[in-house]
Design a protein around this ligand. Structure first.
Ligand SMILES: NC(=O)C1=CN([C@@H]2O[C@H](COP(=O)(O)OP(=O)(O)OC[C@H]3O[C@@H](n4cnc5c(N)ncnc54)[C@H](O)[C@@H]3O)[C@@H](O)[C@H]2O)C=CC1
Ligand SMILES: CC(=O)N[C@@H]1[C@@H](OP(=O)(O)OP(=O)(O)OC[C@H]2O[C@@H](n3ccc(=O)[nH]c3=O)[C@H](O)[C@@H]2O)O[C@H](C(=O)O)[C@@H](O)[C@@H]1O
Length: 448
């Protein structure tokens, strides 16, 4: 059944969706796409997942998940694949020709020039255009610059298919989801924003998400507003983190215990100061500001300055480490340094824009004894000049200095007493040795 059809009531559309009469294709089966496809399959029982990674497709069709640390996902993928409610394929155009709803959730990155890179989304849109039919609905869940649905995606479909305006729908329905709790979030932690390029697109997408989410639906006046909601949430977070990072940098001169001041300031409901740290990583928060500044020639000083502040934190951490080595009469060239945590945040195997990269680049450039420890990833090759080290072998390298960049749970087991007079930079308020033997700098508190 087609959902983009003004003759259909919401109840008719919801019943058809729930009964599996609306074939769905989900393009992108990554950290967000696979949980989303699995929930779609759990509800509609008729989902084809599309990915360009044949290994991921093979793993999913075997009823397994290609990545860890997503509670409940293993079981849901196994169940939906076993029930033939979810099938994965690399054949995007075949899937597009069979689907009535096309859900795009592939990466939206930025170029080296900090311009939005929509090439992956556009590749998927071309695949969809090759198979789209009148009455189909395109649901964009990838975070995109405001205006993309209206000025890029819909025009591409018209140009590359035999359809025209009013014959297909496009709705922006952003994913308010945190890796590590994806199923819970997809199913309804927060209201679902739905913004169509026309009213019928909004109605069709609303019918779907009333079945997918247990939470409310928040329709916006148009797709551009919905696109802005998503990046505003991310830019708010980036600016907030930049504010506390700026406070944290003052700690040495002001003597302020910034971490404590933040906790106390947050006692009032109208303050929600975030956490300072060694930097802001991932392909969401550090990228979304460019989805705003790139499409707009007006003033965006605050957005840009926040990015600069957050991207200065990794080298701030290195500067503190060098201060410690100097105080101990050691040079970086003679020091053995361990970087704890290379993924962008705990528990997620993702190194895009990780603060660990500039830290390792700076250290490895001056020392040939730099080690990286991360229990969550085995993707160490990009960290040139650093040697991967197992957490259990930490004492084997007899480190002079340690910088904690990402506070994986496993680091809580480290016995700091096993080391002699370390220089420690705690980038995430996570290192609390029960000895004063070490030189310890905690971002947000200064020298401890
Ligand atoms: N990671 C997060 O916490 C959140 C991400 N998002 C948005 O979701 C989107 C996807 O993010 P993730 O799932 O984290 O990315 P990811 O990198 O984990 O997964 C992307 C998947 O898409 C596949 N892919 C790449 N090109 C493709 C193509 N042409 N056709 C089909 N599949 C293709 C890749 O093989 C990979 O499996 C992004 O736009 C992001 O902004 C939204 C909310 C949260
Ligand atoms: C408000 C919120 O939690 N937004 C989430 C965020 O997910 P993401 O995986 O990017 O994690 P994150 O917690 O924002 O962390 C991003 C980066 O920022 C750093 N970070 C985070 C919070 C903080 O107070 N201080 C800080 O330095 C983290 O270490 C990490 O390097 O961005 C996602 C997205 O928009 O794609 C969004 O869906 C997620 O819900």
């Amino acid at each position: 059944m087609k959902l983009y059809d003004t003759e259909r009531s919401e109840e008719e559309r919801r019943t058809a969706f729930r009964n599996g009469d609306v074939p769905v294709a989900v393009y992108g089966l990554g950290k967000m796409g696979l949980p989303l496809a699995a929930v779609y399959a759990d509800v509609s029982r008729n989902v084809r997942g599309v990915d360009i990674d044949p290994d991921a497709v093979e793993t999913i069709n075997a009823g397994r998940t290609p990545f860890d640390h997503e509670p409940g996902l293993d079981d849901l993928v196994a169940e939906t694949v076993d029930a033939n409610a979810l099938r994965a394929t690399t054949e995007a155009r075949q899937a597009a020709s069979e689907a009535a709803v096309h859900v795009i959730i592939v990466p939206t990155l930025v170029t080296d020039e900090k311009e939005p890179d929509l090439s992956t989304v556009e590749a998927v849109v071309s695949d969809i255009a090759a198979g789209i039919e009148a009455g189909d609905l395109v649901v964009v869940e990838s975070t995109v610059p405001p205006g993309t649905c209206k000025t890029v995606i819909a025009p591409m479909i018209k140009a590359e298919s035999d359809l025209t305006s009013g014959e297909f729908g496009v709705s922006f329905c952003p994913e308010r989801t945190h890796s590590g709790r994806a199923l819970e979030d997809v199913r309804g932690s927060y209201p679902k924003v739905v913004g169509g390029i026309d009213d019928e697109s909004t109605r069709a997408a609303t019918a779907i998400y009333r079945e997918i989410t247990t939470n409310e639906i928040t329709p916006t006046g148009d797709a551009t507003t919905a696109e802005a909601v998503k990046i505003f949430e991310g830019i708010y977070r980036d600016v907030n983190i930049a504010l506390v990072n700026e406070f944290a940098k003052s700690a040495d001169d002001t003597g302020i215990n910034v971490l404590e001041a933040i906790d106390v300031a947050n006692e009032v409901p109208y303050v929600d100061l975030h956490d300072p740290g060694a930097g802001v990583g991932g392909h969401c928060i550090p990228y979304y500001p460019y989805f705003f500044t790139s499409g707009y020639d007006g003033p965006s000083d605050l957005t840009r300055t926040a990015r600069e502040i957050n991207d200065s934190m990794p080298l701030f951490a290195v500067d503190k480490l060098l201060e410690g080595l100097t105080e101990k009469g050691t040079t970086l060239a003679d020091a053995t340094v361990v970087v704890l945590g290379v993924t962008y945040r705990p528990g997620v195997d993702e190194i895009r824009h990780t603060p660990a990269m500039p830290i390792v680049d700076r250290l490895a450039g001056q020392s040939d004894s730099v080690y990286v420890v991360d229990p969550v990833t085995d993707n160490f090759d990009p960290f040139e000049g650093a040697q991967p080290l197992g957490l259990e072998n930490l004492s084997d390298v007899d480190p002079d200095a340690v910088v904690l960049v990402t506070a994986h749970d496993e680091f809580g087991t480290i016995d700091w007493n096993q080391f002699e007079e370390l220089v420690i930079v705690d980038g995430r308020d996570a290192v609390y040795p029960d000895t004063d033997d070490h030189w310890l700098y905690r971002i947000g508190q200064g020298r401890r």
